[in-house]
Structure formats: C-alpha cells, structure tokens
Write a protein that binds this ligand. Structure first.
Ligand code: 5CA
Length: 439
C-alpha cells in the first residue's frame, strides 16, 4: 500500500475524550472513529488489525474441531422468553420493534438462538458432541461505555456453544476451549492468565476469565508469578487427549471477583516472594452451565436406551474488538503502538526520505514491488513530507519493521533497518536487511 493513497487520518494531538493509552493511540493512529457513545467505525488500518485477530481466533477454534456458523445480530424477543431471560436481562438489552410491532432485540449473546438451532438439528446422542461458533457483532447498552473499543456498546465477539450428553463430555469440551484460549492469546503476543470466575448473567457453575495484565485493567488479579511465565506455544496440544491436567496446571484460583475473600486465601497459599497483585483486562470468558438453557428450551436428544436427555452446554466468549485495545495497552511506548508481528496491519514500513531523488525512489519502488511479490505486507511512505513526520507516523502506527532509504545511505549501497519493538537501528546492504526481516 502506498501511503500517499491510503486513508490514514492520523492526529498529532491527544484527543481530549480518551482517558487511556489504547484509546488515545487508536484515535491518533487513524484506526477508529466514534459514531455514537460506545459505537465505532473501523478505518482501514484498524480493520486490518481486527481481521488479523479474527483470523488467529478462527484458526485456533478450527483446530479444536469447532465449526463456524454465522447467526444474525437481530433476534426475536420470543426466543428469549423461552429461556426466561427476556425480562431478566434488564436495560443492557437494546430492544427494538419492527414495522409490524413485533418485539426484536440486538443480540447481546446467542445462547438462546444456538439452542434452538441445535434442538432442530440434532436428535440423538450419537450426534454428540458438537461445538459451534461465530464471530459477530453484539450490542450491550452499557451504563458507562468507555475506554474506546475496550468497553463499547457495539463490539465484536467470538462466541462458541458446546453440546454434550453428560457432564464428563461437557468438561472435555470446556477443557478444549481452555487450551485453545491459551494458544490464541499467546499467538497474539499476550500473557493471558486464566482465573476462576463468577458466572454472572450467563449462569452456571464453572467459569474462567482470561485476563491480560495492564495497569488500566478493570479486574483485580492475584496469581502466582510462575503462571505469567509459562509457555503454551512450546507444547503440542492433542485435542483428543485428556486436557484436565493442563487446565489444573494453568488455573489461578484467586479469582478477580471477590477481592477480600480471595486476597486472604491468596496470602495463605502463595509465598510472599511469588505473589503477583496486579490489574488486568478480561479478554475471554468461558462458562459451563449444564442444562440451564437446554431444559427450559427443550433441547433434548434420545439416549442409548431411548430416554430423553437434556444436553449439557457451555459457552465461550472472546472479545475480538476489545483485544485490539488490550494488545495496545500491553504493547506501546511514548512514540506509539508496537504491534506484535502476528496482528500487525503491515509487517514492513518503507520510508522514502527524498521522493524527488530518482535513485532513492527507484530503490524504494523496486523494494516495494519485490516485497509485495513475496506476499509481505508493506506500507510505503511515498508522501512528500519531511523525514521527521514520516518517522513519527511510522512509530505511531507501530509497524514492526521499518526500512529507511535516503540518498546518503543509498550512495554507500546501504539501507537502514529499524526494529520498532527494540528501537535497534542498523545500516545494512539490502539483502541483509531482507534476511533480517525474514523476506
Ligand atoms: N455468552 C458468553 C460467552 S460466549 C458471554 O457473553 N460472555 S461475556 O459476557 O463474558 O463476553 C465475552 C467477552 O466479550 C468478554 O470476555 C469480553 O472480552 C468481551 N466483552 C464483553 N462486554 C464487552 C464490551 N462492552 N465491550 C467490548 N468487549 C466486551
């Protein structure tokens, strides 16, 4: 992409309405624009990151055997009357009437809808287990939408729903999601800590929140330091195997929800030098709730002896749009965002320091063309601007590698390579620079 043609409305000044760094940087980097309280338009740069996060989530879900569907955003009120949640959900639910005066709503979650889809499609225990997910916009009329995409009203969520014949099966399904979540967040460069949690309005008796450490987080975190340093990507996960030992190994028992109680248990259990007390952002939440929806909604299958069995269910959410903000909270400096390569909007930023210099521009165009031919995503700053402005913008938007080409270096056969995360700069011949960035 040529920056001269790209829609990238960056801001020099800090927007007054943004209280936390990720919100400030997303506005300044031209990633999002607010349309109403807690409702955002995603601009080209932000949308590229959102899609990268979505892709990682999808790949890790598919690896478990879960299958992707797409359910609508608008649901009928009657569906929610079947479970009894229509009245219980309260003012967070955006209620709408269509032209025939039928009561509709913008879905805050999809337990009811998926339960009816399952109920109509599966009749026997032989067709279990099943796990279905979608990545779709949700609406929750939060009392205090704030922090940009971190606590929005309209937000993108990945939600799965598992269906099993008994509790043992449901636990296996739950544990698969637990392992997939560890991998998902690790691939995004995040340290996510699973904490036992309350189930809230979703209901049920087993739940974990996945929390990444950040000072601006809304959740309190108490855990053993060792949990933060564990590495999941170095392990091979066999989704057919028993994953309970892995779940036990990775769980922090000191939940973020009942601070006083947990603080005491925490201090009793964990030696002082290993205690970590911090703030964090909830990026995922998983629930096992048995027959809470299948019983009232009559989602039953026939068992081995022909008996009717209400299916055991779980649901599993990831805040896909929240993750964009959460990753920035975890990875930035004074100059701007530092994207982990796996989610970066472009892998390489190419800076032409003198666009009216024929040799420099030819070297840049050749490199731009060859990187694109290799499938490497490159943002080429070919604008007629002074170098300082180009450096500032490229640092702000956080592209992992910068290749800087100017007349002096080029005369000596060199380009400059800058690694955004470490700030390291090197003068290299072009081939060395390409090797360094894995091109
Ligand atoms: N049905 C269950 C699991 S699918 C459910 O809705 N869980 S949840 O309420 O915990 O939401 C799942 C994830 O969505 C949360 O972990 C959080 O990362 C994200 N999320 C929830 N509310 C918001 C919000 N207002 N803005 C941005 N992300 C949100």
């Amino acid at each position: 992409m040529r920056l001269s043609q790209y829609f990238l409305p960056t801001l020099r000044e800090n927007p007054a309405e943004a209280q936390i760094v990720s919100h400030r940087l997303m506005l300044r980097a031209g990633m999002i624009r607010q349309q109403a309280a807690g409702i955002y338009a995603w601009l080209p740069l932000g949308y590229r990151v959102l899609r990268n996060i979505e892709r990682i989530v999808r790949e890790e879900q598919d690896a478990t055997g879960a299958q992707e569907v797409l359910m609508p955003t608008i649901q009928s009120a009657d569906l929610w009357r079947e479970s009894g949640r229509y009245d219980a959900y309260g003012p967070e639910m955006l209620r709408i009437k269509d032209r025939h005066d039928r009561e509709m709503l913008y879905g805050p979650t999809n337990e009811e809808m998926i339960t009816t889809i399952f109920r109509d499609g599966v009749k026997t225990y032989r067709d279990l287990p099943r796990n279905l997910y979608h990545i779709q916009w949700k609406f929750r009329d939060e009392v205090r939408p704030r922090f940009g995409v971190m606590r929005g009203r309209e937000f993108l969520m990945k939600d799965n729903y598992s269906f099993d014949i008994d509790k043992a099966g449901a636990t296996r399904s739950y544990n698969k999601m637990f392992a997939a979540y560890l991998r998902t967040f690790a691939r995004m460069g995040l340290k996510a800590i699973p904490m036992r949690a309350d189930t809230g309005p979703i209901g049920g008796d087993l739940s974990h929140e996945f929390i990444i450490l950040a000072d601006t987080g809304e959740s309190a975190v108490f855990c053993d330091k060792g949990l933060v340093d564990k590495d999941i990507l170095g392990r091979t996960i066999d989704y057919q195997a028993d994953l309970q030992p892995l779940v036990n190994e990775w769980t922090s028992l000191y939940a973020a929800t009942d601070e006083m109680h947990d603080q005491a248990k925490f201090e009793a259990d964990v030696p002082a030098d290993r205690r970590l007390t911090a703030r964090g952002i909830e990026v995922g939440h998983i629930f096992y709730f048995g027959t809470k929806y299948s019983s009232p909604m009559n989602a039953v299958v026939s068992g081995p002896k022909g008996e009717s069995i209400a299916v055991e269910m779980g649901s599993y959410g990831i805040g896909v749009s929240r993750l964009v903000g959460a990753i920035i909270e975890a990875s930035h400096d004074d100059a701007g965002i530092i994207w982990p390569e796996s989610v970066a909007p472009f892998k390489v930023g190419l800076l032409n320091l003198k666009i009216d210099d024929g040799a420099v521009s030819k070297a840049c165009t050749d490199l731009y063309t060859s990187l694109k031919a290799k499938g490497i995503e490159v943002l080429y700053d070919d604008r007629d601007l002074r170098p300082g402005a180009k450096f500032a913008d490229m640092d702000l938007i956080g592209v992992p590698w910068q290749v800087i080409i100017g007349p002096k270096g080029l005369a000596a056969g060199k380009v400059e390579l800058k690694h955004r995360a470490t700030g390291a700069r090197e003068e290299l011949v072009l081939d060395q620079a390409l090797a360094r960035i894995g091109a």
